[in-house]
Write a protein that binds this ligand. Structure first.
Ligand SMILES: Nc1ncnc2c1ncn2[C@@H]1O[C@H](COP(=O)(O)OP(=O)(O)OP(=O)(O)O)[C@@H](O)[C@H]1O
Ligand SMILES: [Mg+2]
Length: 205
């Protein structure tokens, strides 16, 4: 059986990831492709427990290295017990955020050394990587405005505008470093505009 493809979608809060995931699932379903939808941090029972620890405000202050390692601990569980088995069954997997988010948030946002993140990536991922990453790019202020009405912010969402600008810049730097895998998509305009760009990329895939 042919292995499925692994697609990830990433970007700052309010970039439109959840909105576009619905469109992508519909697109793939129309082509007769089974796609398993998942997310990070999370995606497994243990991963969701780690997610709660990472995102709850009641968790309080956490050392940035601890945050990074918890992200990768959840990711290891996700890769080994969900993503790889699902791909091996011939299904596709679509993940709302993945390893690029660790480079963006813990690297760009928290300022952790990229080389140390890369060591952890190598350790956990070995040679595994997404087949394609859709990076939805939006100015941070616009993304924040879009999610403003959502109510209480989680532990990471509490961060400053500066933090999220560093996150955004780190995402863009990743897409420049890995242009083959990471497709940078302007998500600052209408949802239809973002959708058209994704549509063109998926048509090629
Ligand atoms: N291109 C767009 N233009 C205007 N509003 C949008 C656009 N895309 C999404 N929205 C709206 O912005 C809000 C946030 O979008 P969405 O939840 O898809 O973002 P997200 O990237 O999943 O955010 P988070 O990182 O917080 O999960 C939603 O209310 C959505 O309807
Ligand atoms: Mg979302």
């Amino acid at each position: 059986m042919q292995k499925g493809k692994f697609i990830t979608i990433d970007g700052v809060e309010g970039a439109g990831k959840s909105t576009q995931i619905d469109f992508i699932c519909q697109y793939l379903a129309d082509k007769g492709i089974n796609v398993a939808l998942t997310r990070e941090p999370g995606g497994t029972e243990i991963g969701e427990k780690i997610r709660t620890l990472l995102l709850s405000n009641s968790t309080g202050e956490m050392h940035a290295d601890t945050e990074l390692m918890l992200m990768f601990a959840a990711r290891n569980e996700h890769i080994q017990n969900k993503i790889i088995p699902t791909l091996n069954q011939g299904n596709w997997v679509l993940s709302d955020r993945f390893t690029d988010a660790s480079y963006a948030y813990q690297g760009g946002g928290r300022g952790l050394d990229i080389a140390r993140i890369a060591q952890l990536e190598q350790w956990v991922m070995r040679n595994f990587a997404p087949d394609m990453t859709l990076l939805l790019d939006v100015p941070v202020e616009i993304g924040m405005q879009r999610v403003e009405s959502r109510g209480e912010k989680d532990r990471i969402e509490q961060e400053s505008l500066d933090f999220f600008n560093r996150v955004r810049n780190a995402y863009i730097a990743r897409s420049e470093r890995y242009p083959e895998r990471i497709k940078l998509i302007d998500s600052s305009q209408t949802t239809e505009h973002t959708q058209q760009q994704i549509n063109a990329i998926l048509d090629k895939l």
